[in-house]
Design a protein around this ligand. Structure first.
Ligand SMILES: Cc1cc2nc3c(=O)[nH]c(=O)nc-3n(C[C@H](O)[C@H](O)[C@H](O)COP(=O)(O)OP(=O)(O)OC[C@H]3O[C@@H](n4cnc5c(N)ncnc54)[C@H](O)[C@@H]3O)c2cc1C
Length: 367
């Protein structure tokens, strides 16, 4: 974004109401006119608090963002202080209950590890603990030296880590932190996994960070941060296209409304952003070779869909420019995804990919 030193407020769009979009909006709204797009019917993105009715009264339960700490979140802490958001101590501990409760432990203390006295005699417990210590000791250095694309699964296998450590500890812990299926953790890049664990003090037994949580649930910070611009948030308004011309940004929403802005902040996830950002050159013109390639690609996708479904046709009212934009975006997505899929041994065949891309394009255009 250009540095704007003039006194005239700019007209700025923000896409997304997660913490990224809200923090950007909060800062920008002090001097500029902001319009915030949110595809959902609520504000907050991954910050979401639900009220649970219990015999002891209502309890606010965070189903997304829950905890933070001073060491890793200095800006968030400063923002909460500035907004007067009350917080309280919390913890981030890990416990596991496996095999229908026959094997259980908590990582909080020796008492937790051996809460089931039988754990003292279980080889799987001792094997797990031995590998935990080894992983803490070796993984940070190994991850620093390893090729960036090595996965957690490859590393554990090459290093000869035991099943007990992998299945009883590391994968369940990773799955809990990343809210992801256990087996998917094996595909996680080692370097990113270890960096996260290291930053959050998970690879050390002592001096772990002091975790805190927002009193009343994280919705309380959402209320405080949106107070100055709540009336500028458009809920249920998914952005479907962001395009630039010479002096402005044109945003089109799912309802078909187009608005012009001086700038846009895209605060959605990268894959979501790819689907809306139109591939244009700096001058605002799509180059002729790309256009030609895209046209031939549309034809190919169209033929593939026809062949696969026997029913494919290109509707007359589909804007080929819009279709071209979506396909360029998907192509870009494929090229950046391909190395990852390749590493995981899952590179799709071009035919399968063309079909799935065609399906995606068709869906995104509402065919
Ligand atoms: C279950 C869970 C627990 C977590 N716990 C913690 C925790 O305890 N501590 C921690 O630090 N982190 C935690 N995280 C991670 C943290 O919540 C996220 O990193 C952070 O909230 C992401 O914020 P964001 O603004 O980048 O994205 P999001 O919060 O995902 O916001 C993106 C927003 O963009 C909107 N959007 C996307 N596309 C469009 C479009 N085309 N048009 C309009 N709107 C669009 C989405 O609807 C969404 O509201 C957790 C995450 C999850 C899922």
């Amino acid at each position: 974004m250009d540095t704007h030193s003039g006194a005239t407020p700019l007209n700025i769009a923000v896409i997304g109401t997660g913490i990224s979009g809200l923090a950007a909006s909060w800062l920008l709204a002090r001097r500029h006119q902001v319009t915030i797009y949110e595809k959902d019917d609520r504000i907050g993105g991954h910050t979401n608090t639900v009220t649970v009715d219990t015999p002891d009264g209502d309890i606010a339960v965070d189903t997304g963002f829950i905890v933070f700490n001073g060491a890793n979140y200095p800006n968030l802490v400063a923002l909460f202080d500035h907004l007067g958001v009350a917080t309280q101590p919390s913890n981030m501990s890990f416990s596991a209950s496996l095999d229908g409760g026959r094997f259980e432990y908590a990582g909080t203390s020796l008492g937790g590890l051996f809460a089931q006295p039988a754990n003292l005699l279980r080889p799987r417990m001792w094997s797990m603990l031995r590998d935990v210590m080894r992983f803490y000791r070796e993984a940070p250095a190994d991850a620093g030296q390893s090729a960036r694309e090595i996965t957690l699964g490859d590393y554990l296998e090459t290093g000869g880590y035991g099943r007990a450590f992998i299945n009883d500890h590391l994968l369940p812990m990773g799955a809990a932190i990343w809210s992801t299926p256990v087996q998917d953790m094996l595909d996680y890049p080692l370097e990113a996994f270890v960096r996260f664990c290291n930053n959050h003090g998970l690879l050390q037994l002592k001096d772990r960070p002091a975790w805190r949580t927002v009193t009343g649930g994280s919705r309380e910070y959402v209320k405080a941060i949106t107070a100055p611009f709540a009336d500028r948030i458009l809920l249920n308004t998914a952005v479907v296209s962001v395009r630039r011309d010479n002096d402005s940004v044109i945003i089109e929403d799912r309802q078909g409304e187009r608005r012009r802005f001086d700038h846009v902040v895209i605060a959605s996830h990268a894959d979501q952003a790819r689907l809306v950002v139109t591939a244009v050159s700096e001058s605002g013109e799509r180059s002729a070779p790309i256009r030609a390639a895209v046209r031939s690609f549309i034809t190919q996708v169209h033929q593939e869909i026809s062949a696969a479904q026997g029913t494919g046709y290109l509707r007359d009212d589909v804007d080929p420019e819009q279709a071209a934009d979506q396909i360029v975006t998907l192509l870009l997505g494929y090229f950046s995804l391909a190395p990852v899929l390749g590493r995981a041994g899952r590179r799709p065949s071009s035919d399968a990919w063309i079909r799935s891309t065609g399906d995606l394009v068709a869906r995104s255009l509402g065919w």
